[in-house]
Design a protein around this ligand. Sequence first.
Ligand code: MN3
Length: 216
Amino acid sequence: MAHELPPLPYDYAALEPVIDKQTMTLHHDMHHAAYVKNLNAALEKHPELSKKTPEDLIRDLNSIPEDIRAAVRNNAGGHINHSMFWKIMKPKGGGDPNGPIAQVITKSFGNFKDFQTKFNDAGVKQFGSGWVWLAGKQGGDVQIISTPNQDNPVSQGLVPIFGNDVWEHAYYLKYNNRRPEYLAAWWNVINWDEINQRYEAFKSGKAVQEPAMAHR
Ligand code: MN3
């Protein structure tokens, strides 16, 4: 087994009432687990790729053999995206950002409220399944983008600083079709300390790779 499902860094119920226990259980144990399983299954056909990190796999998708390219795109992407997602949330999170991430938000978007509005709007407008991101660009600037399916900013040459999952599986049990309500509530579980670490890593040119590959 090459790639492994990282454990959730807190209890399944820890993000309630923002994200309910059943959603977290299904999301981590079924959805994320399936991306890992399907990624490993795809790579069995091309063992020469087994030493690559998930980010290296999706950095240049055209270099991936065509017979597994779509599987790698979806499942390495899903693995990276969710490994990031669990860490950039925490119980009793939220509040105003602090430190360097607060400074770059103010510099780039005017103030935190306007940033939240733009981020939530991009999440609402992502048609179907996908993610909304704060992504770093070459040169150090940041921008809000959305991506379809499990696509990750890395495949566009950008650095994923943090993102929110707008697939229905992330919110449907509690919020039903009310994606804007989920997007608005989600800020109450955001982990600014972790995001500051990821932003600092981006600024220093050593972007955090998710997931860590300690068990290869
Ligand atoms: Mn998901």
